[in-house]
Design a protein around this ligand. Sequence first.
Ligand SMILES: Cc1cc2nc3c(=O)[nH]c(=O)nc-3n(C[C@H](O)[C@H](O)[C@H](O)COP(=O)(O)O)c2cc1C
Length: 189
Amino acid sequence: MLFSENESPLEIWKSISHELHRGALDSKHPFRYINLGTIGKTGPEIRTVVIRSINTNLEFYIFTDFRSEKVAELSANSSATLHFYHPGKRVQIRIKATSEIHYRDDVSTANWLKVQGDAQKAYTSNLPPSTPISDPNQGFEWPENGDDSFFAVLKFIPESIEALQLNGLKHLRILFTKSENWEGQWLVP
Ligand SMILES: Cc1cc2nc3c(=O)[nH]c(=O)nc-3n(C[C@H](O)[C@H](O)[C@H](O)COP(=O)(O)O)c2cc1C
């Protein structure tokens, strides 16, 4: 369990915040790989992404290819949902957020320095992500010296954070919202 009904909303907030920070720091932590939901042209879209960092305001950063669908979707509608599940602690976190796209700016340039060697290939393919190809090898073509031409950093700024703690017959659900100064509100699970 991450939290119990005996704890105050403030204590629960601190536990959630601590666990979210651990996820960004530890590549084996379940909160490292999350589901990112966006609003697509024909409906909801979802995919797995890596949380690269998180700051003290609980703003999340992920890396991506500027040419990817998710960037186009977030350009059209900056709303997103981040979904986390910790099987050991049996807790789900859902974060509704607004997003910023950092591309060819100070944020993307600073983060590109952290992307070393072959890891750069994730953002430098010759053909843009989602391009239909007749041979899978066409997806493994990169320029000799890849640069940050297509590297983008997505920043997610939370509007609400909801946690569901599974616990037998007494599941716990609590909602923290920015507009309520992050005070916790218990909900029926
Ligand atoms: C474990 C895992 C981690 C991933 N991490 C990222 C990531 O950090 N950034 C990213 O752009 N895509 C990542 N992907 C790929 C995305 O899930 C997705 O397939 C790709 O970005 C294209 O998504 P889009 O067309 O919706 O933009 C990851 C996939 C997996 C399975």
